[in-house]
Write a new protein. Structure first.
Length: 461
């Protein structure tokens, strides 16, 4: 016989998911006319908004008969979804195996092990299709483990649905929908897509703003429609190197780019000046919201979702030693891309998609350059054509010199803004051969390693 539940108690910890507070920011937004409010999701029982996702994914799998009693849940996770799943699994007797990239903080790994889960660590610096990548390893474990259920947060509709049925209605009830913009960092896209759909159905004029770290491919994809190569960055939980099917980018009204340094500095500010003990992607989301607010013509009410807590990043973002050794604490001693541009404006030689191979070769020869940015019919950059692209085309010998260049445009480049720090630019050059400098939709030029070397050398004279 089940005993009656004591007054004021939940039946188990999963019933305590949700009802997280919304709080106004007062100090880090002093210079803004707009108001910024934050939804503090680290107050969920396993510490993040992914508790809602874990619960919804497991409920959905049970309903569809994909998870049997005593079964094993397998997930490729950067930590928080794992904690959410592991908490729910603990209350229902399921086992868990989590596959994580090696850049994740030790605290996140320890949390999952504390819930009794098995954790497998994989290298970050390999392509998603590589058999060593955490996506591939997760798939292999699913095949090898009897009674396995692959929760697959990147392609499971129960992920965005969790926010559609839980996070968003809760926000709506708390606020009466009295805010103008919703801002969230984007990983799987579950939060922004699930909440975004709910809000837009009720208020089509509600602005949806995604925040993306420099290095992730979302920003460039939204701006140009091209899937560029992603490169590595430190902030955890947001940004991707592929397009998950849980992400619905068509809902977005705006996408804002942030770099690691500003994410981490804002995270520290949030804890020290607002007393909000939040993690790195929260600093990113708040920084993104502030940038969005600064660009507005009239003040608005902005609601920002804060995914998780500072506790998981004490040995990184909150360690001066770690921050300093990664170049995040030092003053900008070597400057920003704007310093290079001030010393020597970049050459902006572009072609359009209708330029022929013959014309492109002529332009490369005439100016002694190795790559050309390509502009689309709206004069927005849509990729590059490099010597190598032309060489490959000619060696394959499949077409003539009158082919329009649009067919050869490649995405092997990174974009930065004049505000990008040179320290970060150096890291970007580890992954990208060519860097385009852009400001909004405007292309300011191509930056190469030699431009950076030349600038740094001139500063030493
Ligand atoms: C710390 C953190 N922030 C942000 C996100 C991004 O949320 P979503 O996957 O819903 O886009 C995640 C996702 O794992 C996360 O762990």
């Amino acid at each position: 016989m089940t005993k009656p539940l004591m007054k004021g108690a939940h039946s188990d910890v999963t019933a305590a998911i949700g009802n997280t507070p919304i709080v106004r920011l007062n100090h880090v937004v002093e210079d803004l006319e707009s108001e910024i409010y934050v939804k503090i999701e680290y107050m969920n029982p396993a510490g993040s908004m992914k508790d809602r996702v874990g619960l919804n994914i497991i409920r959905d799998a049970e309903l569809r008969g994909m998870l049997q009693p005593g079964g094993t849940i397998i997930e490729a996770t950067s930590g928080n979804t794992g904690a959410g799943l592991a908490m729910v699994a603990a209350t229902r007797g399921y086992k868990c195996i989590f596959v994580m990239p090696d850049k994740m903080s030790q605290e996140k790994v320890d949390v999952l092990r504390a819930y009794g889960a098995k954790v497998v660590i994989c290298p970050t610096a390999v392509e998603p299709s590589d058999p060593r990548s955490y996506y591939s390893v997760a798939r292999r474990l699913v095949e090898e483990t009897p009674g396995a259920f692959y929760s697959n947060q990147y392609h499971n509709p129960a992920n965005p649905e969790a926010h559609y049925v839980s996070t968003a209605p809760e926000i709506w009830e708390q606020t009466g929908g009295e805010f103008d913009a919703f801002v969230a960092g984007m990983g799987t896209g579950g939060t922004i897509s699930g909440c975004g759909r709910y809000f837009k159905e009720r208020r089509p004029d509600m602005k949806l703003v995604g925040v993306d770290p420099i290095g992730s491919l979302y920003y460039e994809y939204v701006k140009t429609g091209r899937l560029t190569k992603a490169f590595s960055y430190y902030v955890e939980g947001i940004g991707e190197d592929f397009l998950p099917s849980t992400m619905n980018l068509s809902l977005l009204d705006e996408i804002v780019q942030v770099d690691d340094r500003e994410c981490f500095m804002m995270t520290r500010e949030m804890v020290r000046r607002e007393g909000i003990f939040c993690g790195g992607s929260c600093g990113a989301a708040v920084m993104g919201a502030i940038k969005y607010a600064r660009a507005l013509k009239s003040p608005k009410r902005i609601l920002v979702l804060l995914p998780d807590s500072a506790g998981k990043y004490l040995s990184k973002i909150f360690s001066d030693e770690w921050m300093r050794s990664n170049g995040f604490l030092d003053d900008d001693t070597i400057g920003t891309v704007a310093h290079i541009l001030k010393r020597k404006p970049l050459r902006v030689i572009t072609i359009d998609t209708k330029t022929t191979v013959r014309q492109a070769i002529g332009i490369l020869k005439e100016h002694g350059i190795s790559q050309l940015p390509v502009l689309d019919e709206h004069q927005r950059h849509c990729g590059i054509v490099s010597e190598l692209d032309l060489l490959n085309y000619l060696v394959q010998n499949e077409g003539g010199l009158d082919l329009q260049i649009g067919d050869l445009v490649s995405s092997d480049y990174a974009t930065v803004s004049p505000h990008t720090r040179l320290q970060l630019l150096k890291n970007i050059f580890n992954d990208a051969k060519v860097v385009l400098v852009t400001e909004g939709d405007r292309l300011l030029g191509v930056l190469t390693k030699i431009d950076l070397i030349d600038y740094l050398a001139s500063e030493r004279k």
